[in-house]
Structures are given as C-alpha cells and as structure tokens.
Write a protein that binds this ligand. Structure first.
Ligand SMILES: C[S@@+](CC[C@H](N)C(=O)[O-])C[C@H]1O[C@@H](n2cnc3c(N)ncnc32)[C@H](O)[C@@H]1O
Length: 359
C-alpha cells in the first residue's frame, strides 16, 4: 500500500460521523437508560463483592466516573453528549484496538504506524478466510461517531475483523439448533452481537449479555439504535432467566450478577473474549462455575495466555489457568488467536459440554 493511499484511508476513516438522532428524538431512550442504570446500581449493592468492578476494570471505570455520575443522576444532556460521541470521547477505549482515537487524530507517528500495519495485517487474514464476503458486511451504523480505517470505500472499525469472525464461528456452531440461545459475559459495546444479529440466519435466536452496569448502559444504547425493531429486554437483575423467559426476545441485556438467575442448561453457547483474564481470579472462578452450570452446548473463549502481564497494577490470569472441569467440559481445540497468530499472547479455546451419560 502506497504511503499516500495509507494516509487517505486513515484520514477518511477518522472523518466525523455524527449520529443522526438529536437530543429530543433520543430523549426517551436516554431517560430509559438512566433509569435502567440507576436500578442496576441499587441492586448491585446486595449482590456481593464478586460482582463489583475489580482488577484493572475497577481502574478503568474510576477514570470515567463523571459520565457514570451523570447516568445515575439522570442528567439527560450530559449522558446524551457522552453516548453520541462514545467512539471518540473518554468512553472510547471500549472500541479501540491497536491505538486510541486521540493519538491517531493527533497524528502520533508510532500510533499511526501501529494501527495501519496491524489493521492491514488483519484485513489480509480476514480476506483470505472470507474471500467472497463483501466488505459491506463489516459496516457499522453511524451511532456514537464511529471511526476506523476506510478500506475500498467502507469504514472498517477497530476490532471489526475479530467481531465479524467470532459472529461467523458462533453462527456455524449454532446452525441446526432450533431457537438457539447464546450468551456472553463482558460483551463490551455489543460489537460481536451486532454482526451476529444483523446477519443472523438462525430463526428465533436470543442473545444474552451479562456485563457491569457501566458497560451495559453503552451496549443498551448501541444495540437499541443499531437494531431498530428488535425486541430488547433491559433486565432488572432480579427476574428469572430461563429459556422460556428469554425466548421472546432478540437481545437480553442483564447485569453481571443476574447470572445467578440463569437456569441450568439455559444456553447453547457461552462466549467470553478479551475479558476474563482482566478480572481478579475469584471473579472469573465464580463466572466459570456459572458458565459450566448453564451451558448445555459450547463455551468459546479467547483470552490472554501469558504469565506475568501486569496492567494498571493487576496481573492478568492466563487462560491456561482457568478452572474448567474436564469431566464437565471437553476441550475441542486450543489455538492461537486468528489475528495475532503465534506471535501473540491470546488463545482461542472451544469447549463442549459432556452430556450426563459421558457422551
Ligand atoms: C476489553 S472489553 C472486551 C469486550 C469484548 N468482549 C471484546 O471481545 O472486545 C472487557 C469486557 O469485560 C467486561 N468486564 C470487566 N469486568 C467485568 C466483571 N467483573 N464482570 C462482568 N464483565 C466485566 C467489561 O465491562 C467489558 O465489556
């Protein structure tokens, strides 16, 4: 790729893409999100320490305290300003990969070089896996002022290749299952779910996301706007989550502690990506107990597997050390993350639940 083309692709990718909806149009949605968040935070107090933000995530959230205070106080103007620019403002790390927007916008040479090199590498890998897929499949809606790299005239967002690839893997695993339910812990702003649901082939599928209330509010904004007309349940943290209760919805957004309300064997596939290793060990141990209890089919995880990695003063837990019971879940494969390859620290593993009779 010539230097001039590269510069143009980045400049186009960083152009502003403001949301179309004004404050008035979105008022009901924003007011609903504030009430949702406030209710979840009130109930979180009784949920116990395992469900409070911990490790490096405790630090990340503390850095964005002002936005979460506005959410809790129902300051509609501030919340709206934060959400309509969430790809670029202080909430932006949730969308970033390889570089932060502010460094790319400032033209920091090291950030530009890293972002361009790694996005180009990822594009080559994605293209070789999906030679017939139009680039438009990676398109993201103009919600939250998205940015990325412009490739062939399409905006390709950071992490788009990984999210799209995971959505295709999930689709393959779920094919043939009637009205499948898949769930995720720590779905971020909803990137994988968006690609999956926009292109879903499985009729009657339900996606359930368990996350910290702070992140869930962003996912609720994004998915409500990105998937108009879909039935989205903003779960109050208390109602039972059964196959039956979730099956009337396309999307269920539930606080992390509501995983205790999820019935046994309710889920055909559980996903966790770029998340468990960032949590304190007792927190991920508890989640893995629930994942194994509630998964009737498959558990797909893609997380860090290197010892001694310290972020914000917390050491990450390599995925080889996750407590997964081999009598309950069999490992179908463990491989390097598709994009980082053998050079990278991430490993993707697929587990299958062993049926009661041991088959
Ligand atoms: C780096 S983001 C990854 C997002 C997405 N899964 C991906 O693949 O890019 C980490 C996610 O884990 C969530 N998370 C962090 N601590 C958590 C906790 N204690 N319980 C549940 N989710 C948590 C964050 O809110 C966020 O959604």
């Amino acid at each position: 790729m010539g230097e001039r083309v590269r510069k143009e692709e980045l400049a186009l990718g960083l152009e502003e893409r403001p949301s179309s909806g004004g404050a008035d149009e979105e008022e009901d949605l924003i007011a609903g999100l504030c009430a949702f968040y406030k209710g979840l935070k009130a109930r979180q107090r009784d949920a116990g320490g395992l469900y409070l933000p911990g490790g490096e995530w405790g630090e990340y959230l503390a850095e964005r305290r002002a936005f979460y205070e506005s959410l809790a106080q129902g300051d509609l103007e501030d919340v709206h300003a934060g959400l309509r620019g969430f790809w670029r403002n202080e909430l932006g790390p949730i969308v970033s990969n390889y570089a932060y927007y502010r460094d790319l916008a400032a033209g920091k040479p090291a950030s530009v070089e890293r972002f361009m090199t790694l996005m180009s590498r990822d594009y080559g890998i994605w293209r070789s896996l999906y030679p017939d897929e139009p680039l438009g499949r990676l398109r993201v809606p103009e919600i939250g002022d998205p940015w990325g790299l412009s490739i062939g005239g399409e905006l390709v967002a950071p992490q788009a290749f990984r999210f799209h690839n995971h959505s295709r893997q999930i689709s393959g695993i779920l094919s043939g299952i009637g009205k499948p339910v898949w769930a995720e812990i720590g779905g971020g702003y909803g990137g994988t779910a968006f690609y999956y649901l926009r292109n879903a082939l499985e009729p009657g599928v339900t996606y359930v996301d368990f996350d910290l209330p702070e992140t869930l509010a962003i996912a609720a904004y994004y998915l409500s706007r990105a998937l108009p007309g879909r039935r989205i349940w903003l779960h109050d943290g208390a109602a039972p989550l059964t196959r039956e209760s979730v099956s009337g919805f396309d999307v269920v957004l539930a606080p992390n502690y509501a995983i205790e309300r999820l019935e046994d064997d309710a889920v055909d596939l559980f996903l966790n990506a770029f998340s468990f290793s960032e949590m304190p060990y007792p927190v991920l141990e508890n989640y893995l107990r629930h994942v194994q209890r509630t998964t009737a089919g498959y558990f797909l995880q893609n997380n860090m597997d290197r010892s001694g990695v310290v972020n914000r003063g917390f050491e990450r837990v390599p995925c080889s050390r996750y407590p997964i019971d081999p009598r309950r879940m069999k490992l179908l494969y463990k491989k390097h993350d598709l994009f980082q390859g053998t050079e990278g620290d991430y490993r993707e593993c697929l587990y299958q639940r062993i049926a009661a009779g041991g088959a």
